[in-house]
Write a protein that binds this ligand. Structure first.
Ligand SMILES: Cc1ncc(COP(=O)(O)O)c(C=O)c1O
Length: 355
């Protein structure tokens, strides 16, 4: 890289370590259980007759479809290029670079901090408590100094959920002070845990959603923020002029029909069944310290020796996500739920490594 050109970049970009997504880390094998993707891909039709035209700013069929599915009004929905874009959009909308801060609760999803860093916004950290739940009192004590609090439930990677009474109390304390974001990327795997009904009472709540996980559409990059009309209006000012490509809108609107939602729900039933059976098997194995609560399409497992597990399964073409270098996640590996054959191979491999 030309170092003079590199010096032209903003200082925080020069210093940035980009998010290590599963695709960037790569790997070799044929059992891909490292990105919390769905194991199957659906069938969609595409009408290419309007590809010469710019797409709608916020495609009505997608907004209406998602609003109906989520039980909110269309004016409470904005669609983005994956939930990842919504994270960055929130930071760009609500945080002044070099002045404001966000608050995250590690260990949690890595993109909150990286998006803040790219925007020149500081990240405050309030560690999850001993049970890996948010420390609500400690968060409340910092509401005067942060603009956005990012909560994630099911938390990636620990699987913890949010206590609705404690969240309600936090939203009240944060009224007119801070935006509270609940990232519900995996909520279809435990729909009763959604906090969406609190949108009726709190205009500082934002819920993040995605089609990447239970809807099995990670490749189309389609996510959503659900919030009050005021917040959606502000995000709409900042978002790119044509954020949703026409083919994405067509596929997303098919996924959000009654039939598409039924397909998603049957995938969830199947994956949740496999996940529970997999966890039962894990609990009987030697060499495992802890199986974290499995509420999404993944299970975080603490082994006695994760390095051995990770490399021996890797040699067999089973690609997992290693979290062992993260604080408080020593010896932890996250395993995405694949199809029945993939889970069976993984279990057989684990049994042989741990025996
Ligand atoms: C907790 C969480 N939030 C958001 C995202 C980003 O989702 P998307 O694919 O919609 O950008 C992910 C992706 O893995 C995630 O785990």
């Amino acid at each position: 890289m030309n170092s003079k050109i590199a010096r032209l970049a903003r200082k925080n970009v020069q210093e940035l370590t980009p998010y290590q997504s599963a695709r960037r880390i790569g790997g070799t094998g044929d059992v891909w259980l490292n990105a919390n993707e769905a194991p199957d891909s659906g069938h969609y039709s595409l009408d290419c007759s309007r590809l010469n035209r710019y797409p709608e700013f916020q495609p009505e069929s997608v907004i209406n479809g998602y609003a109906e599915y989520a039980g909110v009004k269309p004016t409470q929905v904005i669609t983005t290029r994956g939930a990842d874009e919504a994270i960055e959009l929130l930071i760009r909308t609500f945080c002044e670079p070099g002045i404001d801060s966000i608050l995250i609760n590690p260990p949690t999803y890595g993109m909150y901090e990286i998006s803040a860093e790219t925007c020149g916004v500081a990240t405050m950290k309030q560690a999850l408590d001993v049970n890996f739940d948010p420390d609500y009192d400690a968060i409340k004590a910092q509401l005067d100094t942060v603009n956005i609090v990012f909560l994630c439930a099911p938390n990636n990677p620990t699987g913890n959920l949010i206590d609705t009474a404690k969240l309600t109390d936090l939203l009240s304390a944060a009224k007119d002070k801070a935006i509270i974001v609940c990232d519900e990327a995996y909520i279809e795997f435990c729909p009763d845990a959604s906090q969406v009904s609190l949108l009726q009472d709190f205009d500082n709540l934002v819920i993040l959603r995605t089609l990447s996980k239970a809807f099995a559409l990670a490749s189309i990059r389609c996510g959503f923020a659900l919030a009050s009309n005021t917040v959606i209006g502000l995000l709409s000012k900042v978002i790119a002029p044509y954020p949703v490509p026409e083919p994405v809108a067509q596929i997303a609107s098919q996924a959000l029909t009654e039939k598409g939602i039924a397909v998603m729900q049957s995938r969830v039933t199947q994956l949740n069944g496999m996940r529970n059976a997999f966890v039962d098997e894990l609990n009987q194995l030697q060499g495992i310290e802890k199986v974290f609560p499995a509420t999404g399409n993944y299970v975080l497992v603490q082994f006695n020796n994760s390095q051995k597990v990770f490399s021996l399964l890797g040699e067999q073409g089973i690609v997992l996500r290693d979290f062992s270098a993260k604080a408080r996640l020593e010896n932890c590996i996250r395993i995405t739920l694949g199809n029945a054959a993939e889970m069976n191979s993984t279990l057989v491999a684990l049994k042989s490594v741990l025996s």
